[in-house]
Design a protein around this ligand. Sequence first.
Ligand SMILES: C[S@@+](CC[C@H](N)C(=O)[O-])C[C@H]1O[C@@H](n2cnc3c(N)ncnc32)[C@H](O)[C@@H]1O
Length: 287
Amino acid sequence: MTTQKIAEGDYVLLYLDVRRTYMIKVEAGQTFHTHKGYMKFDDLIGKDYGAVFQSSLGIPFTVLKPTLTDYIMKSARNTQITYPKDNALIVMFSGIGPGSRVVESGTGTGALTTALAHYVRPNGKIYTYDIREQGQKTAEKNLKRSGLIDFVELKLQDVTLGIDERDVDAVVLDLAVPWLVVPHAYEALKPSGTIVSFSPTIDQVVKTVEALREHNFVCIETFECIMRGMQIERGKTRPQTLMTGHTGYITHARKVTKPPKEDTENQLHEKAIEETSEEEPLASEEI
Ligand SMILES: C[S@@+](CC[C@H](N)C(=O)[O-])C[C@H]1O[C@@H](n2cnc3c(N)ncnc32)[C@H](O)[C@@H]1O
């Protein structure tokens, strides 16, 4: 395994303890100040990630390479974001991977966009729609910082009016009115493609699921992901007292090319014809 060296221009995660971490850009000749003393970036450049450095006050900081979760949690925010626990499920349900083409809306702060872009690398694309220009500018900054901007096309458009792309692998939604996007998602998706929608309220979920049923989607399921942290200490190990009680519900479904209801009706009709033509005695005749 090769160790990675800290280079000028890298974003690094300075770790003091679980609650105090700092995402900073390494710039030669500069210093980073904290209430626990300052660090000289020149001391970090060329050293291994994972190494411990002393601040000017002798406090140890570990320098870590940021993960996808770090980039999301440290993103500059102008909207509510989807958190890693939900992003993980959204990515799994979407079925995306390297090379996937995905339509997303709204962009918001770009936290979910960051997760999606990470997984479609190196040759996939996220087409992300939002109606707020300022928000998309922040998202763009966050995506540049995480090195994922090349896999994203930011679109300043109202997604309820339509989706430009066709034959996409997945449509991922986190906006107030996902049910209005369902017909456009159907047009944009390739057959068997997935739609995943994140909504904070159950009223939104009901409307979305009804729209999915009306528009030839199957495998419709809704989940809530509840994550409970543990405090680990011999003799005192138990769930943490405080937790995030609710973020949102995740609904996912697959596009079918024929109305499933019509299919079922046709199949039943054909079966009935076959059964009658076999000339078996009817139940009433047996009696
Ligand atoms: C909760 S935020 C999305 C947060 C995002 N998932 C993240 O992790 O950063 C919802 C976004 O949907 C956008 N939005 C609302 N209605 C929209 C529409 N009709 N078309 C496109 N975007 C829309 C809002 O401007 C807002 O930025």
